[in-house]
Design a protein around this ligand. Structure first.
Ligand code: 5GP
Length: 200
């Protein structure tokens, strides 16, 4: 069986990656990896659905046990990808999505050379700010903190395999679906396929 793809998606807070990914997942059966974080849940966020909300001690224990595929600190909190679920799903042939920030994404590119990385950028900084304020889920201080990350995050886009500009959700989602389709073909087990053809 062909191993599932490992798709790494990053983009600044407020670029709309959550909305774009929801659209992609309506059309594609993908396993969305649930990250661990030490940040407090936002209103409406459910433990085990949006994140595994853990203490700093729990987080550090899993790191020590080599239980995370990557991890990073973002705005004073830890975020990380539990390793086991990702590997199990990929071995079952399911494509896995990691929605992670740029430091963690660099670790995945380093440790998993077959990962496919996609950076989602907003069409402009003005639009990013509008979306962050429009979300209405964070304090002014948190929003300012997140805007301050953009100058660090955006230049990292050049290190990704693909750059998708989220001007319009539908077309950004469509581009990601096209990337997935092409990458499935690129990662096809060619030897196995050739053998199948020769033996048919
Ligand atoms: P938020 O607090 O808005 O949910 O996430 C803040 C940032 O952390 C976002 O850029 C998000 O993509 C990133 N993030 C979420 N989960 C992980 C993870 O498991 N690892 C890393 N490195 N970043 C993550």
């Amino acid at each position: 069986m062909q191993k599932g793809l490992l798709l790494v998606i990053s983009g600044p807070s407020g670029c709309g990656k959550g909305t774009v990914l929801k659209e992609v997942m309506k059309k594609q059966n993908l396993y969305y990896s649930i990250s661990m974080t030490t940040r407090q849940p936002r209103e409406g966020e459910v433990d085990g659905v949006h994140y595994h909300f853990v203490s700093k001690e729990q987080f550090e224990t899993l790191i020590a046990q080599n239980g995370v595929l990557e991890h990073a600190e973002y705005c004073g909190n830890y975020y990380g990808t539990p390793r086991e679920a990702v590997e199990t799903m990929r071995n079952e042939g399911k494509d896995v999505i990691l929605e992670i920030e740029v430091v963690g994404a660099a670790q995945v590119r380093e440790n998993c050379p077959d990962a496919v990385s996609i950076f989602i950028a907003p069409p402009s900084i003005a639009e990013l700010k509008r979306r962050l304020y429009g979300r209405g889920t964070e304090s002014e201080e948190t929003i300012q903190e997140r805007i301050a990350q953009v100058d660090r995050e955006l230049p990292c886009a050049v290190q990704y395999d693909y750059l998708v500009i989220n001007d319009e959700v539908e077309s950004a989602a469509e581009e990601i679906l096209q990337i997935i389709a092409a990458e499935r073909i690129r990662h096809r087990n060619k030897e196995e396929k050739v053998k199948e053809v020769l033996e048919s």
